[in-house]
Design a protein around this ligand. Structure first.
Ligand code: ADP
Length: 472
């Protein structure tokens, strides 16, 4: 394995997971073994202590009955000396600390009674200690206690035995752990590796599948395993993302095609007109008329381009709104004054009001553009009757209604009119390219509002814009 692939292997999640698994396993096994070792040690020493206390009890009975008779102590020593497996040895001191009787083998271990210990025992404490003679490996357990004798001053007894079997049991236990631990770790790592591999296998599938997905082919989808776990959730999320990307790529392609079409048509028409104009000599008036028409067409194309720039900026979130508190009634009143003239020219009555006093947080230029588009449409698509603009406050919402008695929009078309380049009937020949309502919808949404249409063919349309109103 090369160094490079080796490094890659160490960075792999399944390797890291297995490593963590082994580490956790090892630490838990060590903690549990340590705990069991201490429990066993404690239990074994408790047993030894119980055994020593039994002997002390026996000695106490002898001393209580015959406090001065050392030959009975000798008998006791002979009796316990016979035990080869658990030899016990003892030493008896008077309460003052003078030696009264010492069994033969007690002398051999070289235990010296400390002054502190004597003081504590005289106060009634029972001292249990482990003692290791210098230069020897074997430890001993010694219990020291006071035996009060009625009528006498009392005796201090050291009773001890070796801890050879305790040590042996503990060392056996340790060896067993050391033998089984590597086996457990080995089996644990295989299990850990298998689990890591199994739980990460969908990731390899996702990686290999998503590698094939490019902007040219977004039709590919990942297949969930149907387990309903996090991996399935991830697959659903990725599928959703690919679907949204596919949708926006499709819309982008349509948008580009529509844009090219909308701009190409007037450019071709203008070019044709210019060619006809230049085919023979014309009068000054004819040239002037043509230039006026050219200017109108340039203005129209300029408007389309501006709308397109605005929409593409809003798509890429580059369009920043300059928000400030605005009196919506003022804004509508001044806009309506401008449109009054236009509707008079078409012999349509323009009714304004009631305009309730309502303020909103908004971008003045964009809100003017929103209502201009709506009022402009109302005038464009109405030939007889009236236009009615009103504003009312409904709780926390400012409601602007633009009602006309124009040609109306068929029910099935109403949900499409906010789409880019969508025109209900291209033969209507109004000069629009179908961007006005998309821009209106974007502006309303950017102001956290809502735009709705209610319309009936040949009766008229009502566009209602709801915007969050400022308090007060
Ligand atoms: P346009 O520039 O073509 O007016 P819009 O996006 O403003 O584009 O409107 C989309 C379509 O919705 C229009 O082509 C028109 O058919 C329809 N429409 C919009 N407003 C009205 C209205 N007030 N009355 C009737 N039809 C309307």
């Amino acid at each position: 394995m090369s160094l490079k692939t080796g490094a890659k292997f160490y960075r792999r999640t399944d390797f890291k997971l297995t490593l963590w698994y082994i580490l956790t396993f090892l630490i838990s096994a060590l903690i549990i073994s340590g705990f069991l070792y201490l429990r066993l040690r404690h239990q074994l020493i408790k047993e030894v202590d119980r055994f020593l206390l039994d002997e002390i009890k026996e000695l106490r009975e002898i001393l209580a009955k015959h406090p001065e008779e050392k030959h009975l102590l000798k008998d006791f020593e002979n009796h316990i000396e016979a035990r080869t497996l658990y030899p016990v040895f003892f030493k008896i001191l008077t309460e003052k600390g003078d030696q009264f009787y010492t069994s033969k083998n007690f002398g051999m271990i070289g235990y010296v009674t400390g002054k502190d210990l004597l003081m504590k025992v005289k106060k009634g404490d029972e001292i249990r200690e482990n003692f290791r003679p210098e230069g020897r490996r074997r430890p001993y357990r010694i219990i020291t206690t006071l035996i009060p004798i009625p009528g006498y001053s009392g005796y201090i007894i050291h009773m001890g035995t070796h801890l050879k079997f305790v040590k042996k049991s503990l060392s056996n236990f340790k060896n067993n752990i050391l033998i089984t631990l590597p086996i457990l770790i080995f089996l644990g790592s295989i299990g850990g590796w298998f689990l890591a591999k199994r739980s990460l296998s969908p990731i390899s599938y996702i990686t290999s599948k998503t590698k094939n997905i490019t902007s040219k082919d977004l039709s590919e989808r990942l297949i969930p395993r149907g387990t309903g776990d996090e991996m399935d959730e991830l697959i659903h999320t990725i599928n959703g993302m690919i679907m949204r990307l596919e949708d926006s790529f499709k819309r982008m392609a349509e948008f580009t095609a529509d844009t090219s079409h909308e701009l190409k048509t007037p450019i071709c028409a203008l070019r044709g007109e210019a060619e006809v104009l230049l085919s023979k000599a014309r009068t000054i008036e004819e040239y002037q008329d043509a230039l006026v028409h050219f200017l109108e067409e340039f203005d129209r194309m300029n408007k389309i381009l501006n709308d397109l720039i605005l929409l593409s900026k809003s798509d890429s979130a580059q369009m920043e709104l300059k928000m400030s508190p605005l009196k919506l009634d003022y804004l509508l009143e001044s806009l309506c004054n401008l449109f009054q003239v236009l509707s008079e020219q078409k012999n349509i009555s323009f009714i304004v009001g009631p305009l309730e006093e309502v303020s909103v947080m908004g971008d003045k230029i964009r809100l003017q553009q929103l209502f201009t588009n709506l009022i402009d449409n109302a005038i464009k698509y109405t030939s007889v009757g009236s236009i009615h603009v009103s504003l009312e406050k409904n709780g926390d919402v400012a409601l602007v209604k633009i009602k006309d008695t124009g040609i109306g929009i068929p029910k099935e078309e109403q949900e499409n009119i906010f789409k880019r380049f969508y025109r209900v009937d291209r033969s209507r020949q109004t000069g629009g390219v179908g961007l006005g309502l998309s821009i209106a919808q974007w502006i309303v949404r950017a102001h956290h509002g809502k735009i709705e249409v209610d319309s009936e063919p040949n009766k008229g349309s009502t566009f209602t814009v709801s915007l969050p109103a400022l308090k007060g």
